[in-house]
Design a binder for this molecule. Structure first.
Ligand SMILES: Nc1ncnc2c1ncn2[C@@H]1O[C@H](COP(=O)(O)OP(=O)(O)OP(=O)(O)O)[C@@H](O)[C@H]1O
Ligand SMILES: [Mg+2]
Length: 333
């Protein structure tokens, strides 16, 4: 069964942004009213019940706007969407009890109160039956290992601990659809992994439908099989995550800091030079050649520091829809 159906969804923001200063006052005034941001442009997709789908794209692509539309926080300019049969922006109470939105950048708990009290408030808002509530809270605090922290004011918690509390708050009423907007942003690697593991476990157990935005490949890889890629408000790719993962892991970045102030002239022999800021440089090399390249570099030069990194997810995605889908990339303007 389809859980989320989005058809031709469009959201346009009007922003008061004056035209350039070289324009006359009349033009400036007139333009001011004309400036619009097309955040989401005719987006369509469907998500089946129990699916966990990654929603990827660079900054400003339209991800948060889409999630806000699906949560009924904002109205669309045109197009339709239904989630579990509800039109989100009609804001029916029955719908509110069936979904949750978690925003990594936004705190939804009371800052000065212990999380426990925010949870009690949720119990009342969502009219959760007390014994069911106690059982769920128990389960979730165990799974997320925050039992000893629920009595502490939220402002005293670390970012990772707070994020886990946010997840509990979002799940207490057992939503069928979970919209996650960068749930691991700013978390260290250990906390990120903990959130990933929890989400994977929870989703497998409860079979809820999840739409997840993230800028971290690790999140996406750990959790999703399908990815919808959005850029400049338009869907650019919708399909198995495999293709993106494969491209992502094909090459790696080697960050180098040379002894001295110069970079070797023949650096390009070792890989594609992505960045050259003497005495530092970043090379892109095929994954299978990382260790051989490192050995050659170390044998030949004095290096102060070396690091191997993944390529940024956004870059891989950008490459995906500029190289393999030239027709859609050309059609954006
Ligand atoms: N309330 C608003 N008023 C005006 N413009 C907005 C508003 N909210 C978003 N926008 C614009 O709409 C576009 C899409 O923004 P959105 O927040 O959906 O991007 P995003 O994909 O979530 O990006 P990020 O990865 O940075 O979170 C951007 O150009 C943004 O500036
Ligand atoms: Mg966003």
């Amino acid at each position: 069964m389809t859980a989320i159906r989005v058809e031709n969804l469009t959201k346009t923001y009007r922003v008061a942004r004056p035209a350039s200063n070289s324009a006359g006052w009349f033009t400036r005034l007139w333009k001011r009213e004309q400036t619009i941001v097309r955040a989401v442009r005719g987006v369509s997709f469907e998500i089946e019940q129990g699916e966990m789908v990654a929603f990827l794209g660079p900054n400003g692509a339209g991800k948060t706007t889409t999630l806000k539309l699906l949560s009924g926080l904002i109205y669309p300019t045109s197009g339709t969407a239904t989630v579990l049969g509800y039109i989100p922006w009609q804001r029916e109470n029955a719908y509110r009890r069936r979904f949750s939105l978690v925003m990594g950048q936004k705190n939804q708990l009371w800052w000065d109160l212990p999380a426990r009290e925010s949870f009690q408030l949720h119990r009342e808002i969502y009219r959760i039956e007390p014994t069911a509530f106690d059982r769920r809270l128990d389960e979730l605090t165990d799974l997320l290992e925050v039992r000893r922290l629920i009595g502490q004011p939220v402002r005293e918690l670390s970012l990772g601990e707070r994020m886990r509390m946010e997840l509990i708050a979002a799940l207490l009423h057992s939503p069928d659809v979970l919209l996650l907007d960068e749930p691991t942003i700013g978390l260290d690697v250990v906390s990120q992994r903990r959130v990933q593991q929890f989400l994977r476990h929870y989703q497998q157990e409860q079979r809820i439908t999840v739409l997840l935005t993230s800028h971290y490949m690790k999140d996406v890889e750990a959790l999703c099989r399908r990815a919808i890629v959005i850029n400049e408000g338009e869907i650019k790719h919708d399909g198995p995550l495999g293709e993106i993962v494969e491209r992502f892991s094909r090459n790696k970045l080697i960050a180098l800091q040379f002894g001295g102030t110069e970079l070797p002239a023949e650096l390009a022999e070792f890989g594609r030079v992505i960045e050259a800021a003497p005495p530092r440089a970043v090379l892109e090399v095929p994954r299978t050649e990382v260790s051989a390249t490192l050995q050659r570099l170390l044998a030949r030069y004095t290096l102060e520091d070396v690091g191997v990194q993944e390529r940024p997810l956004e870059e891989v995605i950008a490459e995906l829809f500029t190289s393999s889908r030239p027709e859609s990339a050309a059609a954006t303007r």
